[in-house]
Write a protein that binds this ligand. Structure first.
Ligand SMILES: C[S@@+](CC[C@H](N)C(=O)[O-])C[C@H]1O[C@@H](n2cnc3c(N)ncnc32)[C@H](O)[C@@H]1O
Length: 261
C-alpha cells in the first residue's frame, strides 16, 4: 500500500491526489466528465495508430470486439485468449489487495476494472490514457460496475504526472509500440515505480528477416507502430535498472515482466 496515500474511506480521486505532482495536484475533477484531466497541453496523442483510439465508435466496440478480434491476429493462434491476458497481467504484477497499480494506456479500463477488484478496498487502480473517447467509455463502464478502488486519469504517456516511487506495479498492454517515445515512457515507468515494483508489458516483437518479418516491419511503418526487435525490450529494461523476470512471444507480440531494482 502506498505510504503517502490517504485513508481508504476517502474517494479514489482523493486518495490519488497526494500521488500527483504538486503543480497538478489541485486540478479539479469535472463531475460531468468523470475522469481527472491532467493532460497539460490538452491535445490528444496523434499518430496513425492512435487516431482510431479517439473515435467514439472504436471506443464503443473496443472491449467487446476490437481488442479480442484484431489483437488475436497479431498474437496468432497460440497466443493467450483475452481472459488469459487478464489473468496473466495480474500474475505478472503479483497483484494483491492494498496495491497501488497504474494501468498505463488503459483504453476503456478493461484491465483497470479487474485490477481494482483485486486491490480493493484499500488499494487503488489508476487507469491512465490520452484519448477522451476511451476514457468517456471507461467512465460509463466504471459507473455500471461500481468498482470502489478505481480512478481514470487523462494524460500523455511520455510524461507521467505522478510523484517518484508511487506505484507497486505498472501495466502497459497493447500500447507501448504506439507511443511517440517508448524509451521515455519506460524511463517514466521506472521513475514512478517503487523499488522492487513490477512492470508487465504486452507489446510488439519481430524476429528473423524473412518475408513475415518484412511484412511486420512494413505494417509498422504504415501504422507508425514500433516493431521491437527480439532482444530490444530486455536491453531497454536492463538499461533502466530492471531485472527481466519473464519474456515470451506469440505471433508478433511479446509479454514481458520485470522488477525495478
Ligand atoms: C490498444 S489500446 C490498449 C488498451 C488496453 N491497455 C488493452 O490492452 O486493451 C491503446 C491505448 O493507448 C492509448 N495511447 C496511445 N498513445 C498514447 C499516448 N501517447 N499517451 C497516452 N495514451 C496513449 C490510446 O488512446 C489507447 O486507448
Amino acid at each position: 500500500m502506498s505510504p503517502t496515500a490517504a485513508k481508504s474511506s476517502a474517494t479514489p480521486v482523493e486518495r490519488l491526489r497526494p500521488l500527483i505532482q504538486p503543480r497538478l495536484r489541485k486540478q479539479p475533477l469535472n463531475p460531468e466528465v468523470g475522469y481527472l484531466d491532467l493532460s497539460e497541453d490538452r491535445k490528444e496523442p496523434v499518430t496513425t495508430s492512435t487516431i482510431a483510439m479517439q473515435l467514439p465508435l472504436v471506443s464503443a466496440i473496443y472491449e467487446r470486439w476490437w481488442r479480442p478480434g484484431l489483437v488475436r491476429i497479431a498474437k496468432g493462434v497460440n497466443g493467450p485468449s483475452m481472459s488469459g491476458e487478464y489473468a496473466e497481467a495480474q500474475q505478472m504484477l503479483k497483484l494483491k489487495r492494498g496495491d497501488y497499480v497504474l494501468d498505463l494506456a488503459c483504453g476503456p479500463g478493461n484491465f483497470t476494472r479487474r485490477f481494482a477488484r483485486t486491490v480493493a478496498p484499500d488499494g487503488l487502480a489508476v487507469g491512465y490514457d490520452g484519448s477522451r473517447s476511451m476514457l468517456e467509455r471507461g467512465v460509463r463502464e466504471l459507473n455500471a460496475d461500481e468498482t470502489p478502488a478505481m480512478v481514470l486519469v487523462r494524460g500523455e504517456a511520455t510524461q507521467l504526472p505522478f510523484e517518484d516511487e508511487t506505484f507497486d506495479s505498472v501495466c502497459c498492454f497493447a500500447a507501448l509500440h504506439m507511443f511517440p517515445e517508448p524509451e521515455a515512457t519506460l524511463a517514466e515507468i521506472a521513475r514512478v515505480l517503487k523499488p522492487g515494483g513490477r512492470v508487465a508489458l504486452f507489446t510488439t516483437t519481430v524476429s528473423g528477416g524473412g518475408p513475415p518479418a518484412l511484412a511486420a516491419h512494413a505494417f509498422g511503418v504504415v501504422s507508425q507502430m514500433r516493431m521491437f526487435r527480439e532482444d530490444e525490450m530486455r536491453e531497454l529494461l536492463e538499461g533502466l535498472g530492471f531485472a527481466v523476470d519473464s519474456q515470451r512471444s506469440a505471433g508478433v507480440t511479446q509479454l514481458v515482466a520485470a522488477v525495478r531494482a
